[in-house]
Design a protein around this ligand. Structure first.
Ligand code: ADP
Ligand code: MG
Length: 659
């Protein structure tokens, strides 16, 4: 008997997986790897319980198939026996009588059709003997192949506690080969595909679903079946085996096994818990009767959607009918006949546990999921793992991914949404700024045109009025009028040159300068009332930069003048110089009245002023705009004019590129 015998039982269909993690959660040994958002069964870790196949709504996993092999066998010259598991009444509920099913199986070409429940009868006697004779040493039932795999791979220290007893399937195979000859080929048909990897002594294993498939392809149904009975040996109480607590009922045929000596646990959560408690010593002297499914009637090789209690009832009814008509003498004779057969089965440990990763690696994986404190461990189980630590271990072992953590993924999603909102805001602001600069560009064009056209006639007016002044006699009353004309013409010229500055057809004339000295010097040329405090804040490591000193001086003085004018009651004027290798920033901040929201997008427009007639021209910021644009720089304004929102004031930041 080879125990290295391990066929791949479950296969994965790529791309069908929609990553619900249900299979990860349902897999009792976490033999499922999530890579690139696809679930994949790892054969080395799999115990063949079939849970993943049962729960996958996408059909992304399928079990090992044996239909082709069985068909080949049936075509051969060999004598072949079908041994059908005792759970068949639960599966073939539509077939009115078991004799019709037997007829259908014979129609497929099987030479014999026997019930595995006679094997169950025989091994139940073995269990009964063992339980009665070893009262203080607990043991674990070995009839469920998934449980056997689980113990051998994940609790190898407990292999010595596995009952060294053959499964009903194996027992029945030995019985059939004894009765019908060594060369008989045995095909087991049952509810479980883990059976396909249980032993090489059984020639082939089919699931009920595969048997149905064979009936369908051959067009075999019960309506046209020729009814016949099972071939001997005929079974007894063993037929009750596949239902919940079946092994206990069968083994306890003489009612000699007290209930408290036995622990029955079924289903993926319960069996693991029972093994854990057994290992920890709490139930060490008990006899554990374990099944991976909730009774074999719900096995993964049965048709999907079966009703558990209806199936159980179907088996019960079949057993009742069977026992009512059983020929007790014949049965006992058979038991006698096969009682000397070897029903033993050896199990060897085969450790497949992985090493727990180092603490720091686990912590690293936890941190990557934003889990730093114990409160961050929600242990919600959405990822498929019971705890965040188990998930982290699986990540370190390359079995799982960080994104499987739902709370983490939701948080990341929220972050993305926030970032998106911020980008949206920025985009809206940029759009607004673009509109504003387009408007200003149009105005610039218009202003430049007007200014250019007016420049020449104004020059003529100035020149001729001055000539006339020079030529008129000293006390001529006209002289005063002429002076007024010349003066107003001069004023017009200033306005026109302001407009030209805004349109900035002029060139920049860059020269190397110390920007800190430059900024400090800019304050010297403005008139500062005594109630205004001037603060200078240079914060720059490399003050050498290239700029058009004359033009930038106009920028600074205009900003400073505006600031002073905004603080009629006094206040603080702060001049800052900042920058790095890339850019240079001049900051002019005041604690003045601030700019109202309505005015904000107008302040750069030529002639916009809120100042009284004669005081403001509304050309200062327009000029600044033109100059900064020529320097390929940016202007940023921050202002608050509402006391309710904190101290009022305005900060202008001029950013210029270094190169
Ligand atoms: P002017 O100073 O001739 O009015 P500007 O173009 O320099 O023209 O400024 C336009 C308008 O912008 C000002 O009238 C004022 O309303 C507003 N403004 C500019 N700077 C400030 C400031 N530091 N504080 C408050 N308002 C300001
Ligand atoms: Mg001004």
């Amino acid at each position: 008997m080879s125990h290295a015998y391990h066929r791949q039982l479950v296969f994965t269909v790529k791309d069908k997986c929609r990553v619900c993690y249900t299979c990860v959660r349902e897999c009792p040994v976490k033999a499922i790897k999530i890579i690139k958002t696809q679930a994949e069964v790892i054969n080395e870790r799999c115990i063949g319980c079939g849970n993943c196949v049962k729960v996958c709504s996408q059909g992304a996993k399928y079990p090992l198939r044996s239909v082709d092999e069985v068909n080949l066998l049936l075509k051969s010259e060999k004598r072949i026996a079908a041994c059908i598991a005792p759970s068949f009444p639960a599966e073939f509920t539509e077939v009115p009588d078991h004799q019709l099913l037997v007829g259908m199986i014979r129609q497929l070409g099987f030479d014999y059709v026997a019930e595995v429940s006679f094997g169950a009868d025989m091994i139940a006697r073995e269990y009964e003997k063992r339980i009665k004779t070893s009262r203080n040493v607990g043991q674990i039932s070995s009839d469920c192949p998934a449980i056997v795999y689980f113990i051998r791979h994940y609790h190898p220290e407990l292999v010595e506690n596995l009952a060294p007893v053959a499964s009903p399937m194996l027992a029945m195979t030995r019985i059939m080969k004894k009765k019908y000859g060594k060369d008989l080929q045995v095909v087991f048909i049952g509810p479980c595909f883990a059976k396909k990897a249980e032993t090489e002594e059984v020639d082939e294993v089919l699931t009920f679903r595969e048997l149905r498939e064979m009936f369908e392809t051959r067009g075999i149904n019960w309506e046209s079946s020729d009814p016949s009975d099972f071939d001997p040996p005929v079974s007894g109480k063993g037929a009750i085996f596949p239902i919940s607590r079946g092994l206990y009922f069968t083994a306890n045929s003489t009612e000699s096994i007290p209930e408290e000596q036995v622990v029955v646990a079924e289903g993926r959560v319960n069996f693991k818990e029972a093994v854990k408690e057994f290992e920890e010593g709490f139930i060490r002297n008990k006899h554990l009767m374990l099944l991976c499914c909730e009774g074999c009637i719900m096995g993964p090789g049965t048709s999907p959607g079966g009703k558990r209690f209806a199936r159980s009832a179907a088996v019960g009814e079949y057993v009742t009918r069977k026992l009512a008509s059983i020929d007790k003498d014949q049965w006992e004779k058979q038991v006698e006949e096969f009682s000397s057969l070897d029903y033993s089965q050896e199990f060897t440990p085969e450790d497949r546990r992985f090493e727990i990763p180092a603490e720091d690696k686990i912590l690293e994986a936890l941190h990557a999921m934003g889990k730093f404190k114990p409160e961050d461990h929600l242990n919600c189980g959405t990822c498929g793992y019971d705890t965040c630590v188990e998930h982290a271990i699986a990540i370190v072992k390359d079995l799982a991914e960080t994104e499987m953590c739902l709370p983490y993924t939701i948080e990341k999603l929220h972050d993305s949404i926030n970032n998106l909102n911020v980008s949206n805001d920025k985009l809206a602001k940029a759009k607004q700024a673009l509109k504003q600069s387009e408007k200003l560009a149009h105005m610039g064009q218009l202003s430049a045109g007007i200014a250019h056209e007016l420049n020449n006639p104004l020059g003529v007016i100035t020149m001729y009025s001055n000539i006339l002044i020079d030529e008129s006699p000293e006390n001529d009353p006209v002289r005063e009028d002429l002076r007024l004309i010349a003066e107003q013409a001069e004023r017009c010229k200033k306005i026109v040159s302001g407009l030209l500055n805004f349109a900035r057809k002029n060139q920049v004339n860059l020269s190397e300068t110390d920007v800190v000295k430059f900024a400090r010097h800019s304050v010297d040329s403005i008139i500062k009332p005594a109630n205004i405090e001037v603060v200078f804040e240079p914060r720059i490591s490399d003050p050498q930069a290239r700029l058009d000193i004359d033009q930038m001086m106009q920028v600074m003085t205009n900003l400073e003048k505006n600031a002073v004018e905004a603080m009629p009651e006094g206040g603080k004027l702060t001049i800052g110089v900042e920058g790095d290798a890339e850019e240079l920033r001049f900051i002019v901040a005041d604690t003045g009245t601030g700019i109202s929201k309505d005015h904000m997008d107008k302040i750069f427009t030529p002639f916009f002023t809120t100042k009284e007639m004669g005081k403001g021209t509304g050309l200062g910021l327009a000029l600044i705009y033109g100059i900064v644009k020529m320097h390929k720089g940016k202007i940023h304004v921050d202002s608050n004019d509402d006391r309710a929102n904190g101290p009022t004031g305005t900060t202008f930041t001029i950013t210029l590129p270094r190169t």
